[in-house]
Design a protein around this ligand. Structure first.
Ligand code: ADP
Ligand code: MG
Length: 256
């Protein structure tokens, strides 16, 4: 029997407590889960349940108060994408994408080749020399995704990347993200507020409770790939969204 591959990431009994002048906030409580290499995992939960905090812990920006985070590699490279693209308005698309490599002093020729590859991957041909003010929300997020990918991260962390987009653009961006994920073989952890989006994109969905966030459901999604828009109407799909919705609603009812 082949042994299952080593997880890309393991989180054990993770807890985060913030202490500041205004008091103590228990943000995350006793989270344990693992993410397989090249998995696509979504994280869903109510506002304030610690989703962004979890991503920041995984990125090494916030230290755990309890428990630990273990990566498969020693110095994992991490790419982050936020809800707002946070592009530099005075830099052209290509120069926004190139920035992380420029900061690392990578040779110009290599930067230019990698940036051009990513322009193709995220479908921004023809917009290399545009400025952020000339981009739609969906295009700006493509730039942010390309900028996160240019360092060839081991894991891509996305914090509600499509939250500001209209419904149809959002669905299209979801499909494009799957194409990118497939082409680049990345491990992805994405925060979303959308139950349907979580199921449609993922191999596994983690649902967090109201604060302090703890995992109330770790749901495998065994829908075939590649995912197709029509799958949203399949029975297996609605069973999964029902399970997720019921779990989130029940927890919310207890908290409310
Ligand atoms: N640096 C911080 N200091 C104090 N409290 C924080 C800090 N960061 C987040 N929090 C609090 O932790 C809780 C979880 O926040 P967050 O992770 O942003 O939730 P979510 O992304 O799920 O909406 C919130 O109550 C928030 O106010
Ligand atoms: Mg958040």
């Amino acid at each position: 029997m082949p042994s299952s591959p080593k997880p890309a990431l393991q989180v054990e009994n993770l807890g985060v407590i913030f202490r500041d002048a205004s008091g103590v906030v228990h943000a995350l409580h006793d989270l344990t889960f693992s993410i397989p290499p090249n998995g696509f995992i979504s994280l869903i939960g109510p506002s304030g349940s610690g989703k962004s905090t979890l991503l920041r812990v995984l990125a090494g920006l916030v230290p755990p108060t309890e428990g630990e985070v273990r990566y498969h590699t020693d110095e994992p490279k991490i790419g982050m994408v936020f809800q707002s693209a946070n592009l530099m308005p005075w830099r052209r698309v290509i120069d926004n994408i190139s920035l992380p490599l420029e900061l690392k002093g990578v040779p110009r020729q290599e930067i230019s080749e990698r940036a051009q590859d990513l322009i193709h991957l995220v479908g921004l041909e023809g917009f290399e020399r545009a400025y952020p003010r000339d981009l739609s929300g969906g295009m700006a997020q493509r730039v942010a995704i390309a900028r996160a990918l240019i360092q060839d991260p081991d894991i891509l962390l996305l914090d509600e990347p499509f939250g500001a987009l209209d419904a149809l653009t959002r669905e299209r961006m979801g499909d494009e993200l799957l194409n990118i994920w497939h082409a680049r073989q990345k491990t992805v952890l994405m925060v979303t507020h959308s139950i349907g989006e979580a199921v449609y994109l993922s191999d596994q969905v983690l649902a967090l409770s109201t604060r302090p966030g703890t995992i109330i459901l770790d749901l495998p999604v065994e829908l075939p790939r590649p995912r197709q828009p029509e799958m949203r109407y399949a029975e297996a799909f609605s069973e999964l969204t029902h399970t997720l919705r019921d779990t989130l609603q029940e927890d919310h009812g207890l908290a409310g």
